[in-house]
Design a protein around this ligand. Sequence first.
Ligand code: URP
Ligand code: ZN
Ligand code: ZN
Length: 460
Amino acid sequence: MSLLIKNGEIVTASERYVADIFCENETITRIDRNITAPRGAEVIEAKGKFVFPGFIDPHVHIYLPFMGTFSKDNYVTGSQAAIVGGTTTLIEMCCPSRKDDALESFELWMSQAVGKSACDFSFHMGVSRFDDKTGKQLREIVKRGIGSFKIFLAYKGAFGVDDTELYRILKLAKELGVIVTAHCENETLVAERSKELLAAGKTDPGQHYESRPPAVEAEGVHHLMTFAELTGAATYIVHVSCQEALDQAIAARQRGVRVAVETLIQYLTLDKTCAEQPKFEGAKYVMSPPLRDKRNQAILWNGLRDGLVQTVATDHCPFDFKTQKTMGKNDFTKIPNGIPSLEERINLLYTCGVKAGKIDLHTFVNAASTQVAKLFDLFPRKGTIQPGADADLVVFDPNYRGKISAKTQHMNVDYSAFEGWKIEGRPSVVTVRGQVAVRDGKFVGKPGRGKFLQRKPGHF
Ligand code: URP
Ligand code: ZN
Ligand code: ZN
């Protein structure tokens, strides 16, 4: 089986040129001018279009028991939404709760994806408890191809680890060379402030922000950085939302702490006023850390441009508005946290970032694909366009004009946080390991074809 993509403008993190890309079976085998298609090859004309490496989302929730309910996508819906949006690989958070067994949880999460995912996938292994058994189990999980852990300093009693556990997890991570991804918010401050707000009768979605202001996140980052400094572990701070938190990470990096920073498309494009909308509309925008004051958007765009922020993810976490977000109608602490965006990350990053002049095309590719591949041991198999790499390619039409709507999305959720937003450009053709999975913006791939990607520690 062979595929030839002709005359596209190839854009990677560092290069931009017009050429043809020839793929055999699952791999890119040749990049050159004027390649002649062999008999039987599928030919895609890409003149006037960009060709990007398949995008990688490093922070996704598909299967997530959380806050008394389950996030809405499964791997059939979630992976199709990802691919239509140009994401050909996703890394899901495997999130056992404190009472769950680590190895059983890893197997449970894996069983949700195998045979259902249309895109390639991996997991960050969540560690929500560290007891006598955990170290041995984590070593086994690393042997099975997981090179990264996930910890929460938030969500007291559910996923959150205490300081003894944090120290032990980071020590083990350092020994194994595993990178630790971390949700940084001070869980005690969140719990105390939430109690105070509720006692004062402040129950609406806008109060979510008041329960976890920037200082709560900044303290979480500072806390993690102290532990990372003393253990020498490599860390990756997920969903950094504001200047205060970013400052803590940069200060730590300057004194030698190994830390990479992720922000989300939501923080780059939405702000706290979204969650303050009346009639409970704001609940659609409740996530943690909360959407911030608008001034932070420029800080994060500039951080990306200047290399202070490494990646842009989604933290995709879909809960229906009508039946799930309403669980918190009279108490904001019961609104399931999350804003779905797996399908929209690339179109929004291009429209609001590249087209708006905030980042260039190389930064766009770097933050949404190449850096992720490098940090999480997928490079150069993923994250770039070169002979030998997987033929995950996004033929992107910069002339497309459209609108985002829940009515047309593939994500299995009853609203869009970006309803009616105009997009300028979209993936017209997407290939996953050499097979066309999107044509004219429509999913035409094979559910279940996605592969589990074995990753090794020691890449950051
Ligand atoms: O609000 C969020 N971010 N929901 C998903 C869980 C998490 O904290 O990543
Ligand atoms: Zn989180
Ligand atoms: Zn998350």
